[in-house]
Ligand binder design. Structure first.
Ligand code: SF4
Ligand code: SF4
Ligand code: SF4
Length: 246
């Protein structure tokens, strides 16, 4: 019998789920031949409460999301955090810099009293997570790699070196040479430095490597006459949760 797979959305833009649908035709057919997708709100209305593998998109930013997530964890044999919001809290955590009442007022104005909100957090701040598919949105090749590994009962091989390695391999001129800051030295690779390849810098959407060399990032900033504050501003975009809890 094929494993039953469910996708659930919490607080996010739903771009990670769209990413699943962006798998090319053959990849999608391969996936559908290997698993039964029993829950996927963006795709189908029928739902089942019996599933083996749960993908969670989005961070947890409302009180009511906590018991919902705990119930999914109880049911799923394997739980996968899908995307930056789920893996590291992501951009939703920017609101954590404000008192929650103020964040609500900014978004909902006079209707703020009808909504509840709590400081946003990644999925593993609430329940245990078995696998992480990182990025905003994730790279579809990595998503497939994780799905294949978990169907085979193997550990997926996810890079734990910095984006700089892939960036150098792509032959980019470092953006520090252009007076910009970049989080590549401390961010987990696996995206082939896609943002730098496109003329930008790394915002850290895949989260930190396990043992980030913060001193090296500081040395680079110093060498190019940039300040730690400039890097921290970029770090906040995706990694506020790590910043405010460490
Ligand atoms: S990780 Fe990015 S693409 Fe995915 S839900 Fe969050 S904001 Fe959207
Ligand atoms: S700091 Fe950024 S631009 Fe420079 S090598 Fe690393 S990833 Fe590339
Ligand atoms: S370069 Fe940085 S911001 Fe861009 S996808 Fe890779 S990890 Fe994310």
């Amino acid at each position: 019998m094929k494993p039953k797979v469910a996708f659930f959305d919490f607080t996010g833009c739903e771009g990670c789920q769209l990413d699943v649908l962006n798998l090319d035709g053959e990849e999608l057919i391969d996936l559908l031949s290997a698993v039964d997708i029993v829950n996927f709100r963006e795709v189908k209305t029928e739902r089942e409460d019996d599933y083996d593998i749960a993908f969670i998109e989005g961070s947890i930013s409302r009180e009511s999301e906590i018991p919902r997530l705990q119930k999914i964890r109880e049911q799923a044999k394997v739980l996968v955090a899908l995307g930056a919001c789920a893996c590291i809290g992501g951009i939703n955590c920017l609101k954590n810099h404000l008192p929650m009442e103020e964040a609500l007022k900014i978004v909902y104005g006079k209707d703020a009293k009808y909504y509840d909100t709590i400081p946003a957090r990644p999925v593993d701040a609430v329940v245990s997570v078995d696998y992480y598919v990182r990025g905003c949105p994730p790279i579809t090749a990595e998503l497939l790699k994780v799905i294949k590994a978990l169907l085979l009962g193997k550990e997926p091989d996810i890079p734990n070196h910095p984006v700089c390695v892939e960036c150098k391999m792509a032959g980019n001129v470092c953006v520090f040479e252009r007076g910009m800051t970049c989080l590549g030295p401390v961010t987990r690779a696996g995206c082939d430095a896609i943002c730098v390849n496109s003329g930008r810098h790394c915002w850290g959407c895949r989260g930190l490597v396990d043992d980030p060399n913060i001193d090296s990032e500081k040395d680079i900033l110093k060498k190019y006459g940039l300040t730690v504050e400039q890097a921290v501003e970029k770090f906040k975009i995706y990694n506020t949760y790590a910043e405010v809890t460490k």
